[in-house]
Design a protein around this ligand. Structure first.
Ligand code: PLP
Length: 305
């Protein structure tokens, strides 16, 4: 990666240059892919939906018997410090908590000492055109790993399943690769959740039992729909339902709400961004503005959903 030496990294309480920040080869994150992470961005220098990300980080770590050794307040301060470095630009932030040092054996050591790293870089927005006219996606050939093998609700840094799927998007010049689960139900994007307005006009997103990451942005969408009395279902739906949907969009903390207007080169609905998607994008922008104002005046991260 170009210029990683000039990037800034928070590591175990210290701010380091990207070149100085290194993790020992004996770390279980390197040895076994045993680490968890959260990725989010800032708006006006404020990390978006920080409480929800911190809580999911703790839940993911807990699944691997790792205790996050920093409080929410400590990591919040660390993220603000990193974000400040990139002002007036917005920051991309990634918190990583590793399994810590270990012998090369599957069993973790009795006393774990996780390494906690926050990578910061300038946030690179996705192409504005994708938000105006909609983005292309493809259906990945790789299936999402089932929860009974490796639960996608653990936000693990071992992203091989997602990386293999995303190759199909890269090959096609698409924004995202949508993954089905092992039974053929639509699960999620390689790094996003999926919503459709189905052929009957009902807003739906795959239910958690399909096997997917419970996205913070997905939760935000479900909550705003419930607050504004927009019917929304968490359901199982098939590839055919996705292809025949009137509207499709994907969500993530970095993408926000990204409209999808083609799947495997075929238009979604009439090929333009639909009214439900547009409305949610508007509410999302309003919510971001309100969140930034509230956090500024209160000085602490606030739970959103
Ligand atoms: N699904 C996967 C596999 C992801 O990696 C991500 C985000 O990175 C998401 C969904 C969206 O989650 P969030 O809205 O919390 O960013």
């Amino acid at each position: 990666m170009d210029g990683f030496g000039s990037a800034v990294v928070w590591m175990n309480g210290q701010i380091l240059s990207g070149a100085q920040a290194t993790v020992p080869v004996w770390d279980r994150g390197f040895l076994f892919g045993e680490s968890v992470y959260e990725t989010f961005r800032t708006y006006e220098g404020i990390p978006w939906l920080f409480v929800e990300h911190y809580e999911r980080l703790v839940r993911s770590a807990d699944q691997l018997s790792i205790r996050v050794p920093y409080s929410m307040a400590e990591l919040w301060e660390a993220c603000l410090r990193l974000a400040e470095v990139y002002r007036p630009q917005e920051a991309y932030l990634r918190i990583i908590v590793t399994g810590g040092l270990s012998d090369v054996v599957l069993e973790p050591p009795h006393e774990r000492k996780p390494n906690v790293v926050i990578l910061g870089k300038v946030f690179q927005a996705f192409p504005a055109l994708w938000y105006e006219t909609g983005a292309p996606v493809v259906i990945a050939r790789v299936r999402r790993n089932p929860a009974f093998a490796l639960d996608p609700r653990i936000k693990s840094s071992n992203l091989l399943n997602n990386i293999l799927a995303y190759r199909d998007a890269v090959r096609a010049g698409a924004a995202e690769a949508i993954m089905l689960n092992y039974e053929g139900w639509v699960a999620e994007g390689a790094s996003s959740n999926v919503f459709i307005v189905n052929a009957r006009g009902v807003l739906q997103t795959p239910s958690l039992d399909v096997g997917l990451l419970e996205g913070v942005t997905r939760r935000w969408v479900l909550q705003i729909c419930r607050q504004r009395a927009i019917p929304v279902e968490e359901a199982r739906f098939a590839l055919e339902d996705l292809r025949q949907a009137r509207e499709v969009f994907v969500t993530s903390s970095l993408k926000g709400i990204l409209p999808v207007t083609s799947i495997d080169g075929q238009p979604v609905g009439n090929g333009t961004v639909g009214p439900v998607t547009r409305q949610l994008m508007e509410w999302y922008d309003e919510a971001v503005r309100a969140y930034v104002e509230r956090v500024r005046s209160d000085g602490v991260p606030l739970p959103y959903c």
